[in-house]
Write a protein that binds this ligand. Structure first.
Ligand code: HEC
Length: 99
């Protein structure tokens, strides 16, 4: 390789490595939630019904029951990946009843 071609090659290789780094950094990992359960609830659970619909059930259900409800909502169309689902369930399971 001539000196010029070598430089070009190094430049391109570096560009590809930087691009891969950027891409892998910005693509969300499927099972890790970057949002808190509370944020997710406010954002994703208020699309079809009021959050009051959820809040009035605080303290009524245990973790297993919330799991079933969240899964039902996912089937209906709630947007939650595996990690986000777990974060929302965790958040719901520790809420006290609102009197
Ligand atoms: C795609 C629309 C949609 C989204 C998003 C959604 N829901 Fe629902 N939700 C419904 C519908 C439709 C009903 C009424 C039918 C039913 O109970 O399955 C309902 C009812 C409920 C109820 C009352 C029923 C019960 O058994 O107590 C709760 C609690 C609830 N949703 C919680 C949630 C939570 C928590 C989220 C976020 C993870 C969520 N919903 C997101 C559509 C949605």
């Amino acid at each position: 390789m001539s000196g010029k071609r070598m430089l070009r090659f190094i430049f391109l290789a570096a560009a590809v490595i930087v691009m891969l780094g950027v891409l892998s950094g910005t693509l969300p990992a499927q099972d890790i939630s970057t949002y808190s359960g509370e944020q997710l609830l406010k954002e994703r659970c208020s699309k079809c019904h009021d959050l009051k619909r959820v809040e009035k059930e605080y303290g009524e259900y245990d973790r297993g029951q919330w799991e079933k409800i969240v899964d039902r909502m996912i089937k209906r169309g709630a947007q939650l990946n595996a990690g986000e689902r777990a974060a929302v369930i965790e958040h719901l399971a520790v809420q006290q009843a609102i009197k």
